[in-house]
Each structure stands twice: as C-alpha cells, then as structure tokens.
Ligand binder design. Sequence first.
Ligand SMILES: Nc1nc2c(ncn2[C@@H]2O[C@H](COP(=O)(O)OP(=O)(O)OP(=O)(O)O)[C@@H](O)[C@H]2O)c(=O)[nH]1
Ligand SMILES: [Mg+2]
Length: 243
Amino acid sequence: MTIDAVIPARDEAPTIVANVEAASGCRFVREVLVVDDGSTDGTADRAREAGAKVIARTGSTGSKAHAMAAGVAATDASAVLFVDADCTGLAAAHLDAVCEPFVARRAAMSLGFFDYGPFWNRLVPWWPPLTGERVLPRWVFESIPAAKLDGYTVEVRINEVIAEGRLPTVGRLMPGVYHRTKRDKLGRRAGLRATWDMYRALLGLVASGDIRLRTYATYLQGLTVESPAVRRPARPRGAGPPP
Ligand SMILES: Nc1nc2c(ncn2[C@@H]2O[C@H](COP(=O)(O)OP(=O)(O)OP(=O)(O)O)[C@@H](O)[C@H]2O)c(=O)[nH]1
Ligand SMILES: [Mg+2]
C-alpha cells in the first residue's frame, strides 16, 4: 500500500508550512502534494519550500472538491491522506494515529477529529463527518461521479461511497488540533457569509433529497471511535481555553 498526502490550499500562507511538515513527517506518507487554486499570498511558494510537490490549478474559480480530485489524479498511490492546509497544532504523530487503523486494515476510511474541548469531543464523532483529515483508498474517491464533485460537499460524497459499500470507518480525536476558520481568515462579516454559503450547500443536499439520512445511519453502523493515541499537548500556564 502506498499513501500520498493531498492538501487542498487556497490562501493558507500562515499555516501551510506546518501542515506540509506534519504530512511529510507522517511515517506512512510517501509524498505530499499541495493543490493550489490561484493563491495570492505565497501559499504555493511556501509549500514548495517546505518540500511539497505543488499542483497549480489555473483558470479555476476554486473548488475544494476539484482540488482534491486534481491531487488524486496526480498520484499513483493506492491510498490518499487528505489534510486541510489551515490546521493548527497538527503534528506528524496525529497523522500517524489517523493512518494507523487504515494501514492495519481495521478501517476502510480513517478520520481525524478536531479538538473542540472535553464536552463537544464526546459528541463530534457521532455527527456526519465533515473533517478534512482522513485517509482512504483512491478507488473510494474515484467512485464519486464527476457531476457530484462540488466544493465543500466533497466529504459528504466520500461518506456516501463508504456507506454504500457498508465499509468500516475508524475515527480518532486529534488532541490539540484545530483550524483557522473562515472568520479568522476573512474577517467576521465575509467569514460568516462564506460559512453560511458552505452550510447552505451542505444542507441543500439534504433538503433536495440528494443525500438520504439512511446513508448517515449506515455510516454510523460501521463507525468505531478509537482513543486518540496522541496525548493532548500541555497548555502553558495562564493560557485561555482552547479555541
Ligand atoms: N485548492 C483549493 N483549496 C481550497 C478551496 N477552498 C477551500 N480549500 C481548502 O480546503 C481546506 C478547508 O477549507 P476551509 O475553507 O477552511 O473549510 P472548513 O475548514 O471546512 O470550514 P471553516 O469551518 O469555515 O473553516 C483548506 O485547506 C482550504 O485552503 C479551493 O477552492 N481550492
Ligand atoms: Mg478551516
């Protein structure tokens, strides 16, 4: 089995280097590919300097789904570890822990969940998973019909293939890992608008009947939540609550 990491990135200069380093430090990863959609903040150069192979999508208006598809098309690996470019606190050990159930064949897809704090962390694994940190066989991604590849709905489409095949999934918390939200990146007003657009696209799938709730139920039947296998980093004295 060969695993390459694919990182879709658009204007993620503050975090791209750390995430490329985390992915290339993962002991199961062969190569790191960053798929850039016309970033104007130097993301591509930073990714290259950090050792990633950069795929530049030119003439595109941007699409997370199509960026991920371009990454999969550019590798011959039998499996792909997807990693978002805007993670904070992500280390190679987290990605080792995400890949391990997949490599050990306990899971057809293995997921990493952000650290939302003790209360939410108990609930998050049971929500429909939208996490960008996940490893899966390339055939699962390639089973998504081209017409269904659309922006932020791509994770739902992956989940759909997994549920249709009644395949086992393992999920693991990634202690200390979070991300820069759209509000962090774009400011409050534009960030909230972009967040709303993303959830509207996701809810639209349910409202139109394109995705059935039964798919989620089937996914849950195949889900095992494993303990993190990475310890939460110590918080410095006087630090506030996690983001
Ligand atoms: N190449 C490429 N990457 C994208 C595009 N849109 C989003 N991404 C990347 O996909 C990852 C997740 O995107 P975000 O916009 O942070 O989405 P999110 O984390 O699901 O949503 P928030 O909770 O609002 O942060 C990041 O690495 C983005 O840079 C795009 O059009 N092209
Ligand atoms: Mg984000």
